[in-house]
Design a protein around this ligand. Structure first.
Ligand SMILES: [Fe+2]
Length: 402
């Protein structure tokens, strides 16, 4: 629950905490909590990791009404030494990490309105408390959260924070865990969402891949919709061990030099539990509805929108030399030159133009032949950037080139 920069609101303490003011919740707000709680509690027992249900019981969260943070903290303190503190909204990264490193979980105190039941911009108390707090009663998961906070305080600069945010996203928010032969939920973004609690486990659309720390830290994520890939840990012990034993500094350095992985990619090195059809994501990309399901712990670079099928057809109509390569999700063009030197000259000029806009073609060149693919990794498909680059290449290609 953090963002890169923001002003501390009036009335918040130096560590950004505010009183929960539990007495001020209205009957309608308590009723909203009860509604959301019942809806999740009726379907989660079969789906969620047993430690989550244990946490609900240990913390006596099964009682009606919005929980009091002071009571939760008292029980958590006995179980694992954690506390829950209220904050006004998103907090700066350093404040967020500082709290985690000191075993304090920061939570929003407001609850969604009936209109926001399934659509919420900023995480509310139901996401934060129902989603996150039960597992903090588990000693191993509680240690992982603290280790994550300490890692955040050690991280140096934006590149590392982006990688760390991805780790948080694919574990704390959207993680799956192996349980015997089955997969179970544990990520707060999933367990606090009615729709995603089903989608993440049962739908054929998303990938379900084995946890791989470095791979996850290179993988983009969706903040606007259900995830296109979920990662499965073997156990909380294994997650904690890998996080504590990994030397993150050299890992950040490596990652900075490698291309990020799109949200839907399955790599040859992945342990595949389920290879997703991505049917849901494709259908959604063609429609325009957006809804929020989790919380961004730090800012992810802005995602580029892929072209819709209609936009793509229009673009291709205006670019007759280009076709669409379905497998690579890229615009494709072949060029034949007089000789290698002519090909190389044009490639150099294209590369200079590409450098200016920081958007680069993928190509292969054999003697006088050049094959070019244009795609936008941040969009997972072709985007406006590829149309622009295609026009630049057409202008630089010799007249009469194929
Ligand atoms: Fe969250």
């Amino acid at each position: 629950m953090a963002e890169a920069t923001s002003e501390r609101p009036e009335g918040a303490a130096a560590d950004w905490t505010i009183p929960q003011e539990w007495e001020r919740y209205t009957a309608a707000e308590h009723a909203m909590w009860d509604y959301l709680f019942e809806r999740q509690a009726s379907m989660l027992p079969e789906r969620v990791v047993p430690e989550f249900m244990d946490g609900l019981n240990v913390l006596r969260m099964t009682r009606k009404g919005i929980p009091r943070f002071d009571e939760l903290s008292e029980r958590l303190m006995k179980a694992t030494g954690w506390q829950v503190v209220a904050v006004p909204g998103l907090v700066p990264e350093k404040v967020f990490f500082e709290h985690l490193a000191n075993r304090r979980f920061v939570a929003g105190r407001f609850i969604r309105t009936p209109e926001q039941r399934d659509y919420l911009k900023e995480p509310d108390i139901f996401h934060d408390v129902f989603g996150h707090v039960p597992l903090l009663a588990n000693p191993v998961f509680a240690d992982y959260m603290q280790a994550y906070g300490k890692g955040g305080l050690r991280a140096d600069g934006f590149g590392s924070l982006t990688s760390l945010a991805r780790l948080y996203w694919y574990t704390v928010e959207f993680g799956l865990i192996r349980h015997g032969d089955a997969l179970k939920l544990y990520g707060a973004g999933i367990v606090s969402s009615y729709g995603e609690s089903v989608f993440a486990l049962d739908d054929a659309s998303p990938n379900r891949l084995g946890f791989d720390l470095k791979r996850i830290m290179k993988t983009h994520y969706r903040i606007d919709d259900y995830q296109q890939s979920y990662f499965v840990i073997d156990s909380f012990e294994d997650l904690l061990r890998q996080t504590v034993e990994t030397d993150f500094a050299p890992l950040y350095a490596q990652i900075r030099n490698e291309a990020p992985i799109p949200t839907d990619t399955v790599l040859p090195s992945d342990r595949v539990y389920h290879r997703g059809t991505q049917a849901y994501a494709r259908a959604k990309a063609e429609a325009s509805g957006r809804f929020f399901l989790g919380k961004v712990p730090v800012s992810e670079p802005v995602k580029v929108a892929p072209l819709t099928t209609v936009q793509r057809s229009e673009a291709l109509a205006a670019l007759p030399a280009w076709t669409y390569d379905k497998n690579r999700r890229a615009f494709y063009r072949k060029l034949t030159f007089k000789d290698f030197s002519a090909a190389f000259g044009v490639m150099t000029r294209i590369a200079l133009e590409a450098e200016k806009t920081d958007h680069h073609p993928e190509w292969t060149n054999v003697y006088n032949r050049l094959e070019i693919w244009l795609t936008t990794h941040d969009a997972g498909d072709v985007s406006d950037k590829d149309i622009k680059l295609a026009k630049v290449i057409d202008a630089l290609a010799p007249q009469g080139a194929e």
